[in-house]
Design a binder for this molecule. Structure first.
Ligand code: HEM
Length: 358
């Protein structure tokens, strides 16, 4: 079991770091020489690398390199163990996952030791002073004590898990829908270009995205919203009732587990022609609690703002610098979903070309 504490994970919301995300995007594409060197690319491989780098950067201020590669490798082995029979014998997935978790813990130990030393010597670079690792090491709990190492490691692993595959599988599907719908690509490009034009005309640096620019990406965000409507990362979740209550004549006792679902995303009652990919439907808001890609209530996704930013930054740079098309233009699913996390596993193949002048 992982343990994590809400006030601490709330820190995720405080990180609004467009510049860092732009940097992560550039590093990701440099790392993927296949973008320029090879003809075809699996969309999910590119978005996986970007999202994992973005979350590593957010929580650990870790850049791409051997340490991140090692964490990523062990992370995949650990994640496979979240949905297998718990047979703790050599060769079994569960056994490998436990081993991977131990190794990730050792890597975290090294990072924590190094950071503690930097904190003690007062030489933590400014950019690192607000990352999640720093906060977990320095912000005391409610009783004024510093956190236990096991607690810190649980939180770090939980955030890696919650924040990487969710954004990457969504982005891979956004790439698919953009390739499939030229009118959508045209509108996104137009929106992103007008943001750049505005920056140029007001003398701002065009490579430095601001929160204002992110807020201007209205249409691009609608495309992501529509993708999340059709392919919510989590299709069901559970909430435990903390008190007895009545709902529509039913008595719900304290302590019951109730489940919420994203089934309403496909209801014609709330979304006209629900199976159609149509970002324009987001010109108006759907009724409350009919659209739940980030869940709802007190345990709603804590990283939703970071996820929004990181996905918008990714698409901004992608459409600015590259064009792409589906290797199989007739491909239209079916979309493969991870049975537990409902994430896409699709190997959507794309051809990517760099745009020389944007
Ligand atoms: C497209 C991206 C993402 C989607 C669709 C998504 C979706 C979700 C959903 C459905 C939940 C469950 C909410 C509930 O039960 O009401 C959740 C929880 C959570 N997510 Fe996300 N998430 C995304 C990205 C992220 C990122 C980037 C982070 C971290 C930086 C993150 C951190 C969390 C945390 C910490 C929780 C647990 C909240 C709690 O239990 O209080 N998520 N997310």
């Amino acid at each position: 079991m992982l343990s994590y504490e809400k006030p601490l994970v709330r820190l995720v919301q405080q990180h609004k770091i467009c510049d860092q995300l732009t940097y992560v995007f550039n590093m990701t594409l440099q790392g993927l020489d296949c973008i320029l060197g090879k003809e075809q690319l699996v969309a999910l491989e590119m978005t996986n690398l970007y999202s994992f780098s973005a979350i590593c950067n957010l929580i650990l201020s870790l850049e791409e390199g051997p340490m991140m590669d090692k964490i990523l490798e062990e992370f995949h082995t650990w994640a496979r163990g979240l949905q297998c029979w718990p047979i703790n014998l050599p060769g079994f997935t569960y056994y490998k996952a436990l081993k991977a978790r131990g190794l990730i813990g050792e890597l975290f130990d090294g990072l924590m030791e190094q950071r503690r030393q930097e904190i003690a010597e007062g030489r933590v670079p400014e950019a690192l002073q607000t990352d999640i690792l720093n906060s977990l090491l320095t912000v005391p709990d409610e009783e004024g004590n510093l956190r236990q190492d096991s607690f810190i490691k649980d939180n770090l692993l939980f955030l890696l898990e919650a924040g990487s595959d969710s954004s990457s599988s969504t982005l891979a599907l956004v790439i698919f829908y953009i390739a499939k719908n030229p009118h959508v690509y045209k509108q996104i490009l137009q929106e992103q270009k007008s943001i750049l034009d505005e920056k140029r005309s007001s003398g701002k640096k065009e490579n430095e995205l601001t929160m204002e620019d992110i807020s201007a990406m209205t249409y691009t965000w609608r495309v992501i919203q529509e993708t999340l409507r059709l392919h919510p990362v989590q299709i069901v979740g559970y909430k435990k009732t903390v008190t007895n209550f009545e709902y529509k004549g039913y008595h719900i006792p304290k302590g019951w587990l109730l489940n919420w679902t994203t089934q309403t995303h496909y209801s014609p009652k709330y979304f006209k022609d629900p199976l159609k990919f149509d970002p324009s439907r987001w010109e108006t808001r759907p009724p409350p609690f009919t659209y739940l890609p980030f869940g709802g209530g007190p345990h709603t996704c804590l990283g939703n703002e970071f996820a929004r930013m990181s996905m918008l930054v990714f698409i901004h740079h992608l459409v600015r610098n590259y064009t792409w098309s589906l290797v199989d233009p007739s491909y239209d699913g079916p979309f493969i979903r991870d049975p537990v996390f409902a994430r896409t596993q699709d190997k959507v193949l794309i051809n990517v070309k760099q745009i020389i002048t944007s």
